[in-house]
Ligand binder design. Sequence first.
Ligand code: FAD
Length: 384
Amino acid sequence: MTTVESDIASPFTEEEEYARQSVRAFLDRELEPHLEKFIGDPEVDREFWRKAGRAGILGVGIPEEYGGPGGSDLFGVIVAYELGRSVGGTVVGSSITADAGATHVLMTGGSVEHKRRWAPGIMSGEITQAFAVTEPDAGSDVMAIRTRAVRDGDDYVINGSKIFISNANKADLIYVAAKTDPTQRGRGMSMFIVEGTTPGLSRRRMQTMGYPAYDLAELYFDDMRVPAENLLVGEGQAMGLMMSTFALDRLEMAARALGEAELAFELALEHVRNREVFGQKILDFQNTQFALADMKTEIEVGRSFVNDGIRKYRAGRFTMTDGAMLKVWVPEMTSRVVDRALQMFGGSGFIDEMPISRLYRGSRVHRLYAGATEIQKVTIAREL
Ligand SMILES: Cc1cc2nc3c(=O)[nH]c(=O)nc-3n(C[C@H](O)[C@H](O)[C@H](O)COP(=O)(O)OP(=O)(O)OC[C@H]3O[C@@H](n4cnc5c(N)ncnc54)[C@H](O)[C@@H]3O)c2cc1C
């Protein structure tokens, strides 16, 4: 496959660039050759996480005092970008990108005891995590959640449910947002660590439109008892904890979408170079050349935007508005590029197992989850 020359590495330090190459090598070795095995076999996914642990790419943000490498926050952006660029990403979905954000929640909101207890398993891939906020009646309106946590002696008793939670079929630790004060909106929300074996927790796997091996689940809490020491930060503090993850999360998602646009371009270029119609390569039609020129230009604009976000983040100047603008523009650019790429495949672009078809379906999610495009626009407009 032809590779688009990438300079996303340019805003990275030498150490981060080395990490990016390690992630690339890991995906080439442990994901790309085994794609079909991931579909319908959760054990393959589990083993993939353990391999990622052995390769040293999980829990990178864990500080040295808890046995971690104390690596850059930007590592999650690197993983998201590289997974976006890989054909394997079109199968597994968010996969190991779920690690950085969730680990950040534990490292920011957890006690010393929590961090000591769970950091080793997170780094080895034995413990995987999920971050559960969305409910059937509360997605964009996060503060409308109804899951209820009531203090009872040394425990909280949690009742309610969550929906569309990434990595949640296998997660051993789930950070669950619940109302401790239902009379309040944001200020009534608290966050709890729920261990996967807790009685009263049940899960249902959800099938997704794209990324056929995506680990997505619905969760149910039925009189689920959680020790009071599993409360993160403090009662009513969940919104602050969540907000601390949002900006970096948006940057990661933009990097993922950028990687997917590049992949779509590469797949299309390879196809039009080889496929002949009317006695000539599809690439030889000027219409194809103009479409490719537009796609490449859009990708480069997106890359500059993402790179600028990375530089701002490093300088401590990356705002929620910067994150929102990236989360709007880059996924929309990706949708345009992927759609044009698929067109060049003709009927084969419509075939389920084709990477371009999987990319077309999968990449659509970036405009929906973690704050739909319209919610990001609300954030941008509020600043104005
Ligand atoms: C694959 C996937 C993975 C996910 N992973 C997680 C996870 O790990 N953890 C988690 O907690 N959640 C997760 N989610 C949930 C996701 O964040 C929500 O789906 C998303 O926030 C939108 O909420 P909703 O689905 O309830 O849509 P709704 O809130 O019902 O909104 C539907 C649509 O209405 C429009 N809309 C909403 N509000 C406004 C407004 N103010 N102005 C204008 N238009 C508006 C938008 O177009 C929006 O798409 C995931 C979702 C998916 C699909």
